[in-house]
Design a binder for this molecule. Structure first.
Ligand code: ZN
Length: 217
Protein backbone atom coordinates (compact mmCIF):
# COMPACT_ATOMS: atom_id res chain seq x y z
CA UNK A 1 0.00 0.00 0.00
CA UNK A 2 1.36 3.42 -0.81
CA UNK A 3 2.26 5.67 2.08
CA UNK A 4 2.70 3.01 4.76
CA UNK A 5 6.26 2.97 6.04
CA UNK A 6 7.98 1.15 8.84
CA UNK A 7 11.14 0.85 10.89
CA UNK A 8 12.27 -1.91 13.22
CA UNK A 9 14.03 -1.26 16.51
CA UNK A 10 15.38 -4.45 18.13
CA UNK A 11 14.83 -4.08 21.87
CA UNK A 12 15.73 -5.87 25.09
CA UNK A 13 18.32 -8.64 25.52
CA UNK A 14 15.80 -10.82 23.65
CA UNK A 15 16.24 -8.75 20.44
CA UNK A 16 12.52 -8.24 20.05
CA UNK A 17 11.36 -6.42 16.91
CA UNK A 18 9.64 -3.24 18.07
CA UNK A 19 7.92 -1.78 14.98
CA UNK A 20 7.25 1.86 14.19
CA UNK A 21 4.69 2.17 11.39
CA UNK A 22 3.70 5.50 9.89
CA UNK A 23 1.79 7.16 7.09
CA UNK A 24 4.24 8.91 4.81
CA UNK A 25 1.79 11.70 4.07
CA UNK A 26 0.61 12.60 7.56
CA UNK A 27 3.69 11.36 9.48
CA UNK A 28 1.27 9.90 12.03
CA UNK A 29 2.58 6.68 13.56
CA UNK A 30 1.91 3.57 15.62
CA UNK A 31 4.45 1.79 17.82
CA UNK A 32 3.94 -1.94 18.16
CA UNK A 33 5.46 -3.96 21.02
CA UNK A 34 7.85 -1.54 22.74
CA UNK A 35 9.41 -4.13 25.00
CA UNK A 36 12.16 -1.94 26.40
CA UNK A 37 15.09 0.28 25.41
CA UNK A 38 12.68 3.19 25.31
CA UNK A 39 15.45 5.73 24.62
CA UNK A 40 16.29 3.88 21.39
CA UNK A 41 12.64 3.77 20.35
CA UNK A 42 12.31 7.50 21.01
CA UNK A 43 15.46 8.15 18.97
CA UNK A 44 14.01 6.20 16.05
CA UNK A 45 10.73 8.12 16.32
CA UNK A 46 12.64 11.41 16.26
CA UNK A 47 14.86 10.28 13.41
CA UNK A 48 11.79 9.60 11.26
CA UNK A 49 10.08 12.80 12.37
CA UNK A 50 6.79 11.04 13.09
CA UNK A 51 4.08 11.64 15.69
CA UNK A 52 2.92 8.56 17.58
CA UNK A 53 -0.84 8.30 17.97
CA UNK A 54 -1.01 5.05 19.89
CA UNK A 55 0.97 2.09 21.19
CA UNK A 56 -0.19 -1.41 20.29
CA UNK A 57 0.65 -4.69 22.04
CA UNK A 58 0.38 -8.15 20.49
CA UNK A 59 0.74 -9.94 23.83
CA UNK A 60 1.79 -9.51 27.41
CA UNK A 61 5.33 -10.88 27.49
CA UNK A 62 8.05 -8.74 29.03
CA UNK A 63 10.09 -8.33 25.84
CA UNK A 64 7.05 -7.02 23.95
CA UNK A 65 5.32 -4.88 26.57
CA UNK A 66 7.98 -3.97 29.15
CA UNK A 67 8.63 -0.47 27.79
CA UNK A 68 5.02 0.43 26.99
CA UNK A 69 4.17 2.31 30.18
CA UNK A 70 7.33 4.43 30.07
CA UNK A 71 6.95 5.12 26.35
CA UNK A 72 3.29 6.09 26.71
CA UNK A 73 4.05 8.46 29.57
CA UNK A 74 6.93 10.09 27.71
CA UNK A 75 5.01 10.51 24.46
CA UNK A 76 1.92 11.78 26.30
CA UNK A 77 3.99 14.40 28.12
CA UNK A 78 5.63 15.49 24.89
CA UNK A 79 2.40 15.70 22.92
CA UNK A 80 0.25 17.18 25.66
CA UNK A 81 -2.36 14.64 24.61
CA UNK A 82 -2.97 11.06 25.63
CA UNK A 83 -1.02 8.43 23.71
CA UNK A 84 -2.95 5.30 24.66
CA UNK A 85 -1.78 1.71 24.99
CA UNK A 86 -4.14 -0.64 23.12
CA UNK A 87 -4.17 -4.43 23.25
CA UNK A 88 -3.59 -7.23 23.74
CA UNK A 89 -6.71 -9.31 24.48
CA UNK A 90 -7.75 -9.13 28.15
CA UNK A 91 -6.71 -12.76 28.67
CA UNK A 92 -3.08 -11.54 28.88
CA UNK A 93 -3.73 -9.26 31.85
CA UNK A 94 -1.98 -11.68 34.21
CA UNK A 95 1.21 -11.29 32.17
CA UNK A 96 1.04 -7.50 32.07
CA UNK A 97 0.49 -7.48 35.85
CA UNK A 98 3.66 -9.53 36.31
CA UNK A 99 6.12 -7.65 34.10
CA UNK A 100 7.98 -5.78 36.85
CA UNK A 101 8.51 -8.94 38.86
CA UNK A 102 9.62 -10.90 35.83
CA UNK A 103 12.01 -8.17 34.70
CA UNK A 104 13.59 -8.17 38.15
CA UNK A 105 14.26 -11.89 37.75
CA UNK A 106 16.21 -11.07 34.58
CA UNK A 107 18.02 -8.21 36.28
CA UNK A 108 16.51 -5.22 34.57
CA UNK A 109 13.77 -2.69 35.15
CA UNK A 110 10.38 -2.72 33.48
CA UNK A 111 6.97 -1.62 34.65
CA UNK A 112 3.64 -3.36 34.67
CA UNK A 113 1.19 -2.30 31.97
CA UNK A 114 -2.46 -1.33 32.22
CA UNK A 115 -3.79 -0.90 28.68
CA UNK A 116 -6.15 1.98 27.99
CA UNK A 117 -8.11 -0.34 25.73
CA UNK A 118 -8.09 -4.10 25.47
CA UNK A 119 -8.49 -5.41 21.92
CA UNK A 120 -10.51 -8.44 20.87
CA UNK A 121 -11.27 -10.47 17.76
CA UNK A 122 -13.14 -8.28 15.30
CA UNK A 123 -11.82 -4.96 16.59
CA UNK A 124 -9.74 -2.74 14.37
CA UNK A 125 -7.25 0.07 14.80
CA UNK A 126 -6.85 2.92 12.34
CA UNK A 127 -3.96 5.13 11.37
CA UNK A 128 -5.41 7.72 9.00
CA UNK A 129 -6.57 5.72 5.98
CA UNK A 130 -4.82 2.58 7.21
CA UNK A 131 -6.87 -0.07 8.92
CA UNK A 132 -5.45 -2.89 11.04
CA UNK A 133 -7.92 -5.66 11.83
CA UNK A 134 -7.46 -7.58 15.07
CA UNK A 135 -7.49 -11.37 15.23
CA UNK A 136 -7.29 -13.25 18.53
CA UNK A 137 -4.66 -15.96 18.06
CA UNK A 138 -4.05 -17.79 21.35
CA UNK A 139 -1.46 -20.48 21.98
CA UNK A 140 1.80 -18.62 22.66
CA UNK A 141 -0.18 -16.68 25.28
CA UNK A 142 -3.93 -16.81 25.99
CA UNK A 143 -4.53 -13.22 24.91
CA UNK A 144 -2.20 -12.97 21.91
CA UNK A 145 -3.56 -10.88 19.03
CA UNK A 146 -2.27 -10.09 15.54
CA UNK A 147 -2.81 -7.00 13.40
CA UNK A 148 -3.84 -7.46 9.77
CA UNK A 149 -3.55 -4.71 7.11
CA UNK A 150 -5.56 -6.22 4.26
CA UNK A 151 -4.92 -3.43 1.76
CA UNK A 152 -1.16 -3.65 2.22
CA UNK A 153 -1.21 -7.49 2.41
CA UNK A 154 0.79 -7.18 5.60
CA UNK A 155 0.46 -8.61 9.11
CA UNK A 156 2.13 -8.11 12.47
CA UNK A 157 2.06 -11.54 14.10
CA UNK A 158 4.06 -11.08 17.31
CA UNK A 159 5.41 -14.39 18.60
CA UNK A 160 2.87 -16.57 16.85
CA UNK A 161 4.62 -17.47 13.60
CA UNK A 162 8.26 -17.04 12.56
CA UNK A 163 10.36 -17.71 9.50
CA UNK A 164 10.65 -21.51 9.67
CA UNK A 165 9.25 -21.79 13.17
CA UNK A 166 6.29 -21.09 15.43
CA UNK A 167 5.91 -19.52 18.85
CA UNK A 168 7.04 -21.20 22.03
CA UNK A 169 4.29 -22.79 24.09
CA UNK A 170 6.34 -23.96 27.06
CA UNK A 171 5.22 -21.00 29.18
CA UNK A 172 2.36 -21.10 31.71
CA UNK A 173 -0.91 -21.30 29.75
CA UNK A 174 0.92 -22.02 26.49
CA UNK A 175 -1.05 -24.29 24.16
CA UNK A 176 0.69 -25.72 21.10
CA UNK A 177 -2.47 -27.21 19.58
CA UNK A 178 -4.30 -23.89 19.92
CA UNK A 179 -1.34 -22.10 18.34
CA UNK A 180 -1.28 -24.38 15.31
CA UNK A 181 -5.06 -24.12 14.97
CA UNK A 182 -4.88 -20.32 15.03
CA UNK A 183 -2.12 -20.29 12.41
CA UNK A 184 -3.92 -22.68 10.10
CA UNK A 185 -7.41 -21.20 10.47
CA UNK A 186 -6.61 -17.49 10.75
CA UNK A 187 -3.22 -16.74 9.17
CA UNK A 188 -2.81 -19.20 6.30
CA UNK A 189 -6.20 -18.21 4.78
CA UNK A 190 -4.97 -14.62 4.44
CA UNK A 191 -3.18 -15.68 1.27
CA UNK A 192 0.30 -16.60 0.13
CA UNK A 193 1.11 -13.04 -0.91
CA UNK A 194 0.73 -11.74 2.64
CA UNK A 195 4.01 -10.69 4.20
CA UNK A 196 4.46 -10.53 7.94
CA UNK A 197 6.69 -9.10 10.60
CA UNK A 198 7.30 -11.23 13.67
CA UNK A 199 8.61 -10.58 17.14
CA UNK A 200 12.10 -11.99 16.61
CA UNK A 201 14.32 -12.42 13.56
CA UNK A 202 13.46 -11.80 9.92
CA UNK A 203 9.92 -11.55 8.60
CA UNK A 204 8.50 -13.85 5.96
CA UNK A 205 5.39 -14.48 3.88
CA UNK A 206 2.39 -16.73 4.37
CA UNK A 207 3.28 -18.52 1.14
CA UNK A 208 6.84 -19.25 2.23
CA UNK A 209 5.69 -20.62 5.56
CA UNK A 210 2.87 -22.65 4.05
CA UNK A 211 5.44 -24.26 1.75
CA UNK A 212 8.40 -24.67 4.04
CA UNK A 213 7.60 -24.32 7.73
CA UNK A 214 8.21 -27.75 9.32
CA UNK A 215 5.74 -27.00 12.15
CA UNK A 216 2.84 -26.64 9.71
CA UNK A 217 3.06 -30.10 8.15
ZN1 ZN B 1 6.21 -13.81 23.58
Amino acid sequence: MPNLRGAIVPVTPFQQNCAILWDEGSRQALVVDPGGDVERILAAIDQQGVTVQRILLTHGHLDHAGGATELAETLTARAGAKVPIEGPDRRDQFLLDGIAEQAADYGFDARNVTPDNWLAEGDHVTLGEHRFDVLHCPGHTPGHIVFIHHAARFALVGDMLFQGSVGRTDFPYGDHAALITAITTKLLPLGDDFSFLCGHGPGSSIGAERAGNPFLR
